[in-house]
Write a protein that binds this ligand. Structure first.
Ligand SMILES: N=CN[C@@H](CCC(=O)O)C(=O)O
Ligand SMILES: [Zn+2]
Length: 391
């Protein structure tokens, strides 16, 4: 067992504070990790001896980001779809078919290489935990393959066979496949089941269809989560709350009834906001202020995918949340750490606390507010030299 002492911390942001200081800020603190787990937090002057030491030389230390929503495994290119959107073509999910064709045609090694390239980029910007969905196979063999490859790099895998109805398939036949043979092949490699519940897209699923998919997934031992209310008002948010989903993601269009359902479900269902999607689709941003003021549990995630947001940068999501969605820097940072952990139902990540994973980021600034203040600058990096740290 090797222990590591982290010193020289100007400001330790534990994300484990009290209601009057939810960031749990500590000055002149030090942290010890043993076997990848935090075992001591206290004043640097009283830190016990450790086997090794890391001096961050007056920088701020914060928890590793938890990116609770990504589609990191896919092949193909949709840059021209993005360019068309910037000149006015709306997003409706139809471009998913392009990614499905390229992904089906890619070998395991090609997909692995693409995944590793994207993971390296995400980790370099401070994402220590990344959820990864299937959803670009839409046939049993490729969906199971995507989840098996994603499982090589994370435990947080999500079965999204119900991303869209593949072109040429009958809706009813496809639902039978997603809830039958495909589910049986995918469930061993997945922790969650997800569905794109979106009546405003002709390719996605209705409320009734979404409920059927989630119920089947629950029956196979998976925890539900849901893409909802992305393109307009719809049944997604209330369905997610009724089904005690871990998270409902996008929440771009929120009715008063949606808001009260989310507030009532704050202990079970997280509203995960994905501001990179609004940036890349030219949609209005969700009103995070309204959610927070109603007491809703909120997370921020990247949604990194080839259609609606090709970025895995959690600092960018924090910057957009603060500038465009009415969140304070503290709220955005909490949503990108503790919020993501809640959306994955994980208690041992997203905060710097005794017994948590030693997922630490260093910010090349003395104070956490620089996260949103210095926009577009790669200030955050993971502390990768702590022994024994894994996802
Ligand atoms: N909206 C559904 N799925 C993805 C986009 C998928 C794509 O366009 O490739 C999302 O979360 O935005
Ligand atoms: Zn998504």
């Amino acid at each position: 067992m090797a222990s590591t002492l982290v010193t020289g911390i100007s400001q330790l942001v534990t994300c484990d504070g009290e209601p009057d200081d939810p960031l749990g800020l500590l000055r002149d603190a030090a942290v010890i990790a043993e076997d990848g787990v935090i075992t001591w937090i206290g004043p640097a002057a009283r830190a016990p001896e450790a086997d090794g030491a890391i001096d961050v030389e007056g920088r701020c230390v914060l928890p590793g980001f938890v990116d609770s929503h990504s589609h990191l495994i896919f092949a193909g290119d949709r840059a021209s779809e993005f360019a068309a959107r910037m000149t006015g073509t709306p997003y409706d999910g139809g471009g998913i078919a392009t990614t499905v064709a390229a992904t089906r045609a890619a070998s395991d090694d090609e997909l692995r290489a693409l995944l590793h390239q994207r993971l390296t980029a995400a980790r370099a910007l401070g994402s220590h935990t990344i959820e990864i969905k299937s959803g670009y196979g839409l046939e049993t063999e490729t969906e199971a393959r995507l989840l098996r490859l994603a499982r090589e790099v994370t435990e947080e895998t999500t079965y999204l066979g119900a991303h869209v109805v593949p072109s040429g398939s009958d809706r009813r036949d496809y639902l039978d496949l997603v809830t039958g043979e495909m589910l049986a092949a995918c469930a061993p490699h997945a922790r969650f089941v997800d569905v794109f519940c979106e009546p405003h897209s002709p390719h996605a699923f209705t409320g009734e269809e979404s409920e059927e998919v989630l119920r089947a997934g629950i029956g196979a031992g998976l925890t539900p989560r849901l893409h909802g209310n992305q393109l307009g008002y719809g049944p997604g948010i209330q369905l997610a709350c009724e089904m005690q989903a871990a998270s409902v993601d996008h929440c771009t269009f929120i009715s008063d009834a949606d808001l009260s359902a989310l507030a009532d479900s704050r202990d079970t269902t997280v509203a995960t906001l994905l501001p990179g999607v609004e940036f890349s689709t030219r949609q209005p941003y969700p009103d995070a202020r309204r959610l927070l003021d109603a007491g809703v549990s909120v997370a921020l995630a990247s949604d990194c995918n080839p259609g609606t947001c090709y970025s895995s940068s959690m600092p960018l999501m924090i910057q957009l949340a603060v500038r465009e969605m009415g969140m304070t820097v503290a709220e955005a940072l909490l949503a990108a750490t503790r919020g993501g952990a809640a959306a994955l139902r994980r208690g041992n990540i997203g905060s710097i606390t005794l017994g948590a994973k030693a997922h630490l980021n260093v910010l090349d600034a003395p104070h956490y507010e620089h996260l949103a203040y210095q926009i577009g600058v790669p200030l955050v990096s993971p502390i990768t030299t702590i022994e024994g740290v894994n996802a």
